[in-house]
Design a protein around this ligand. Structure first.
Ligand code: C2E
Ligand code: MG
Ligand code: MG
Ligand code: MG
Length: 281
């Protein structure tokens, strides 16, 4: 009897795995079709400059509405696109679209674009960025590329060379989700980032846990000693904002200002925060 039960449990897990594998396969096929048809969209989240007291740019965030499942989180489909080799064409689409959109904004606004580690496997990334800038007419100084620490784990030297190439075009480089990766701080000596984005988990606990406050203070101090600026992610409350201002953070981003929104909503956001009857944080 015990034996039979064991086999039953085993079978249950097998069919469970089958179902999961099939769901993944299906999503994979849908993702391929979506890349083919460019069935994606970009939303934009404002980045707020604390000294200037105005929106200084937007981060482009990829959106995919699945035909039957509805919106799928990029946290789910970006890793899948990386695994099946789709992130390169998808990333090219994102860069082209984001630069084209930003070229229509006032000249003092920048665009931040997320670039995945898998896009760093070839020097093709430099050509892609150069192409997106040329095609859109966006000045390179208005483009900021966000990368995560994982980029430096795979092939440090090649990555550093590509980063220098991107910097050579005139773009700026930000370290995204700082403090959540597994790489060592020594990479900060081999590549000078322009900016560190302090991960949302530190912002979240900033006003509830002493430790997070110390970490945020240390990161801001480290960044500033190395000549880098700082952006805090995931700012949701006025208390977090006040604390970040006190600590000397340069820029903030989060639902307190706005969630990511479609391009059509940007004029209203700019009027609210940067316009004549402007609202300051
Ligand atoms: P990320 O680059 O760190 O982007 C920040 C994420 O935090 C976004 O989630 C944003 O919507 C969310 N967020 C912003 N403010 C708040 C807040 O106040 N509270 C909370 N709870 N969340 C906030 P999203 O859009 O789901 O993107 C998730 C991740 O997917 C991004 O993290 C990025 O790693 C990746 N991703 C998104 N678009 C792209 C893309 O075009 N290319 C690549 N390679 N990755 C992308
Ligand atoms: Mg980002
Ligand atoms: Mg981030
Ligand atoms: Mg993130």
């Amino acid at each position: 009897r015990a034996k039979a039960d064991g086999r039953g449990v085993h079978r249950f897990f097998e069919s469970e795995m089958d179902a999961r594998l099939q769901a993944r396969r299906a999503l994979e096929l849908d993702l391929r079709a979506a890349v083919e048809m460019e069935a994606f969209d970009l939303h934009y989240q404002p980045i707020y400059d604390l000294a200037a007291e105005r929106i200084c740019g937007f981060e482009a965030l990829l959106r995919w509405t699945h035909p039957t499942r509805g919106p799928v989180s990029p946290a789910e489909f970006v890793p899948l696109a990386e695994e099946i080799g789709l992130i390169v064409p998808l990333g090219e689409w994102v860069l082209a679209r984001a630069c084209r959109e930003a070229a229509s904004w006032p000249d003092d606004l920048k665009i931040a674009v997320n670039v995945s580690a898998a896009q760093f496997t070839s020097a093709g990334l430099i050509a892609t960025v150069r192409g997106a800038l040329a095609e859109s007419g966006l000045p390179a100084r208005r483009l900021e590329l966000e990368i995560t620490e994982s980029v430096l784990l795979v092939n440090g030297n090649a990555t550093v060379a590509i980063l220098h190439g991107l910097r050579g075009l005139g773009a700026r480089i930000a370290m995204d989700d700082f403090g959540t990766g597994y790489s060592s701080l020594s990479y900060l000596r081999s590549f000078p980032f322009d900016k560190m984005k302090i991960d949302r988990c530190f912002t979240r606990d900033l006003t509830v846990e002493e430790g997070s406050g110390f970490i945020v203070r240390a990161v801001i101090s480290l960044a500033s000693s190395l000549g880098m600026s700082t952006t805090a992610e995931g700012v949701e409350t006025p208390e977090q904002l006040a604390r970040l201002r006190d600590e000397g953070c340069d820029e903030v981003q989060g639902y307190l200002f706005s969630p990511p929104v479609p391009a059509a909503a940007l004029p209203d956001l700019l009027e609210t925060w940067n316009g004549s009857g402007r609202r300051a944080a």
